[in-house]
Design a protein around this ligand. Sequence first.
Ligand SMILES: C[S@@+](CC[C@H](N)C(=O)[O-])C[C@H]1O[C@@H](n2cnc3c(N)ncnc32)[C@H](O)[C@@H]1O
Length: 270
Amino acid sequence: MNYRHAYHAGNEADCVKHALLMLLLRALMRKNKPLFVLDTHAGTGAYDPASIEAAKTGEWRQGIGRLLEANPPELADYLDLVRGLGLYPGSPALARAILRPSDRLALCELHPEDAALLKRRFRTDPMVQVHRRDGYEALGALLPPPERRALILIDPPYERPDEFATLAAALGAARQKFPSGVFAAWYPVKHRAPVRDFLADLAAHRIPDMIACELLLRPPLDPARLNGSGLLIVNPPYGFEAEAVPVLSALRATLADADGDATITRLTDE
Ligand SMILES: C[S@@+](CC[C@H](N)C(=O)[O-])C[C@H]1O[C@@H](n2cnc3c(N)ncnc32)[C@H](O)[C@@H]1O
């Protein structure tokens, strides 16, 4: 396990994922019923832009740095939370910041050092359970939750060449185990072919009600660069697609090149 999210926290891809995550959580919290949030690949929870790792790549400057400066009103909810939390919040800190007393957060992280940091961060928090375990395996173990309402974020590092295939199979199995769960899976867009294969693979699992939200920073032609990213969502909450349009447009206007693009594609019907 070589991947450490501290080098990449707050980059363009993180901002797309986290702005959409906030929107999903807010939509699910409109119903006055307990919600379970499962983050299968959680990282350390929050990151310091002044750390050695962040300084080494400076990636956050192109992402959250530009968004905080441009301050588009469509992203106010997300940006206000980032400002309020101080450090760059990862998905665990963002979700925890808006949980209601009836909700519950479970975090899985496999890297020993990152899992230890995550455990330390939430050690006195009764609403958060931290597991040092394989996030894919946790999908089988922790779903369906007693609350019967859940958002599951699957955010692997794509270190392994078979990560897309592993994710498609895990999503297919988890959706079968828990058909009403809202699943959000992040994926990188370097060039088109792996994403096309991933979506074709998913089609074989016959998962209904699935959309893909993508932000391309530039046309995905150079496979050596992260040219964009996407969030695949199963069972998007009512109203989410309409709300995601202005959020993705604002992300595109601030982060993408002139030939970038922002799209929401419905892959399968309800
Ligand atoms: C992209 S980062 C997660 C970032 C985090 N979700 C956020 O948005 O702040 C991916 C994380 O997954 C961890 N990881 C890799 N393989 C894993 C596995 N099989 N199960 C759980 N965590 C894993 C890595 O150590 C890394 O911290």
